[in-house]
Design a binder for this molecule. Structure first.
Ligand SMILES: [Fe+2]
Ligand SMILES: [Fe+2]
Length: 196
């Protein structure tokens, strides 16, 4: 990605972040929503791998879910996002989302122990589609409004730092590369397969 990096550098300072790392100026909510799309691609893999009995793909995804979705993304939600909304009208939704994080962990435990557990895969997919959609459309916008402009920008920086701490440098990019590799192995890398 030397060319991309050089191009971004040539584009000037507007998107440049402190510390020299350049992620293209991604804001906190954009970051969280991109992570959801990473999760959605994992759901597509689960959906394709389960009927094939492709244990390797299921296991690889379960490990990614543990590291990237549960220990990083959901940890961020529980630490920075949910507490700001637990005194308002979204409190019941946030309480359910917290419970679903716990349920997700249990399902991932089950899949790590037995990748042939298709019921766990079905339940995981069924829960996370609405979970992510409700966070994208209700929780993240409400949180952005609640924290205010200045804190929102600062927290964006903090999420970046956390991402590097939890997932390593260019952590999300590496996660996406892993997802792409599993898609390729499974024969679902070309989204043309979904065109009716
Ligand atoms: Fe969540
Ligand atoms: Fe989420």
């Amino acid at each position: 990605m030397i060319v991309g990096g050089a191009l971004l550098a040539a584009c000037g300072g507007a998107q440049k972040k402190e510390g020299g790392d350049d992620d293209g100026g991604v804001t906190a909510n954009e970051d969280l929503m991109r992570e959801h799309s990473g999760l959605r691609r994992i759901l597509f893999i689960y959906q394709a791998a389960a009927p094939k009995g492709d244990d390797a793909s299921v296991l690889a995804c379960a490990k990614l879910v543990r590291r990237f979705v549960e220990d990083y993304h959901e940890h961020t939600e529980e630490t920075y996002i949910f507490p700001r909304l637990e005194t308002g009208t979204l409190q019941p939704l946030v309480a359910t989302l917290r419970l679903q994080h716990q349920a997700g962990r249990r399902l991932t435990d089950q899949l790590l122990a037995n990748p042939k557990d298709t019921k766990a895969i079905e339940e995981f997919i069924r829960m996370y589609q609405p979970h992510a959609a409700f966070e994208d459309t209700l929780v993240f916008p409400a949180w952005k409004k609640a924290v205010g402009k200045k804190a929102y920008a600062e927290l964006g920086e903090q999420f970046e730092a956390e991402e590097t701490k939890m997932l390593g440098k260019q952590g999300f990019e590496h996660v996406l590369a892993e997802i792409a590799q599993i898609e390729k192995n499974l024969g679902i890398a070309d989204i043309g397969i979904y065109t009716p």
